[in-house]
Design a binder for this molecule. Structure first.
Ligand code: ZN
Length: 253
């Protein structure tokens, strides 16, 4: 099932499932309670939003050895986690805004895991029962500020620094999916989620041993090699096998 969240023609926000190009609206939220509905929205009549509004985004640093290496870092012996604020989230098609005087701003294409049930001290082998689905993400990062601050709250936390979408799918293999990032159509990152140091089950277990994960919370699972800067006017696409392409324009300020 491909879940979307969208603005209807009358301005109301709803959830639905993508059926081909059309969207079948459901009653309620798939993360709380929902029923099937009979309203069908034809292609082009609704505007997609980020498919989920997380209470928190837990991101994992250096989870692909080749990316850790390209920035001169070692692979950690435990997952290295940090938080991005919920207010950084934007959806497919919404602009990434480059803050003024923040230095270099990088893209990082990543697989996002969306939690479906309250998860506390979950075992890695049981993790799939707590996962609602997966979507593409861009962990936008102010690289110079990340180095300058040491703490990453500012570098990772600007508004619009967490595009998610275009939809959430629950049927992909999260440990064997091709992940690609393009800037203006040129491929900059190309990898496989098979190369993650810590797999999705291990990440859910590790993070839920620290903090309770709530329905809708998002885990960003790290980025493959090839990170680089964005400029105003760019279009950046994160495409993950089975999850479509998350596309965002880049704008100043
Ligand atoms: Zn990242």
């Amino acid at each position: 099932v491909r879940w979307v969240r969208f603005v209807r023609e009358d301005g109301r926000i709803a959830y639905g499932t993508a059926e081909g190009e059309s969207i079948v609206e459901v009653v309620g939220s798939p993360l709380v309670a929902w029923e099937e509905g009979d309203v069908v929205h034809e292609p082009g009549t609704v505007r997609l939003l980020a498919p989920v509004l997380p209470s928190k985004i837990v991101a994992v640093g250096r989870n692909y050895a080749a990316h850790a290496g390209e920035l001169g870092n070692e692979v950690p012996d435990e997952p290295m986690i940090f938080l991005k604020p919920s207010t950084a989230v934007v959806g497919h098609g919404e602009p990434i805004r480059l803050p003024a005087n923040a230095g270099r701003i990088d893209y990082e294409g990543e697989l996002a895991v969306v939690i479906g049930r309250v998860a506390r001290r979950v075992r890695a082998d049981d993790a799939s029962a707590y996962i609602f689905g997966y979507c593409a993400a861009n962990d936008v990062t102010a690289r110079d500020l990340q180095k300058k601050d040491g703490q990453w709250g500012r570098a990772k936390g600007f508004d619009t620094f967490c595009p998610l979408g275009p939809y959430i799918d629950d049927e992909i293999d999260p440990l064997a999916s091709h992940i690609e990032l393009r800037v203006n159509g040129d491929t900059r990152q190309s990898g496989s989620t098979a190369d993650m140091v810590f797999g999705v089950g291990e990440l859910v277990a590790f993070i839920s041993s620290v903090m309770t994960l709530l329905p809708g919370d998002v885990i960003l699972t790290g980025t493959p090699p090839g990170v680089g800067p964005l400029q105003a006017g760019d279009i950046v696409d994160v495409e993950i096998e089975g999850l479509g392409a998350l596309s965002n324009p880049v704008e100043a300020g």
